[in-house]
Design a protein around this ligand. Structure first.
Ligand code: SAH
Length: 203
């Protein structure tokens, strides 16, 4: 598949204009290693080095739609890898949006900073994303891009009231994409879509 084909398939699956628009602006080939560039527009996960993967475009589109993003919001991605999802978020959130990534593997974080040159509303931190970014909290939206058993407590604390958090939750053999909304300080289940396998969020 080429870039056009990928965009058409996202349109057919009824993703919003903003989301499809972001996928057509951001070149996935710029975020994957040289040897897999020819596969950049296949709708599949690809290796990004260090045993990690960039998620399948369809899965990313689904997570972005579950987040119910609005322009200008402050968003945190935990497990930001090579920065592809951060670039998509940057396009969707617009100039007034603020996007933060946390990545635990130094080399990937450094690579993402290079990949994201020119994206002025994106900042990448290095460290354990389970503790969030205290000095930037609270966030309107949080997306966790690696599989885990439950939402880490500190991240719930860093989510604004009425904020939404999306994460793949389950075991290492399989997860559901789950979205929660924070109401009166507690996470209330909004939606659950089963059938995914993400790389694990490491302790
Ligand atoms: N969304 C990313 C890819 C996600 S893969 C992209 O667009 O490229 C999941 C990422 O989570 C990996 O890069 C992995 O190193 C990172 N990760 C795993 N455990 C983590 C943790 N505790 N804190 C921060 N990042 C973590």
């Amino acid at each position: 598949m080429d870039r056009k084909g990928l965009i058409e398939s996202l349109k057919e699956r009824k993703f919003s204009k903003q989301i499809v628009g972001a996928f057509s602006k951001v070149k996935r080939e710029n975020f994957v290693p040289e040897d897999v560039k020819y596969l950049a527009y296949e709708d599949e996960a690809l290796p990004i080095g260090k045993g990690q993967t960039i998620s399948q475009p369809y899965t990313i589109a689904l997570m972005l739609s579950l987040l119910e993003l609005k322009k200008g919001q402050k968003v945190l991605e935990v497990g930001s890898g090579c920065g592809y999802v951060l670039a998509l978020l940057s396009e969707i959130m617009g100039k007034k949006g603020k996007i933060f990534g946390v990545e635990i593997i130094h080399e990937l974080a450094e690579k993402s900073r290079k990949n994201l040159k020119g994206y002025e509303n994106v900042t990448v931190h290095i460290g354990d994303g389970k503790i969030g970014i205290r000095e930037e909290a609270p966030f309107d939206r949080i997306i966790i891009s690696a599989g885990y058993k439950k939402i880490p407590k500190l991240l719930t604390g860093q989510l604004k009231e009425k904020g939404i958090i999306v994460a793949p939750l389950g075991t290492k053999y399989g997860q559901s994409l789950i979205s929660y909304k924070k109401i009166n300080g507690e996470l209330k289940l909004k939606k659950e879509v089963p059938g995914f396998i993400f790389v694990p969020l490491v302790d």
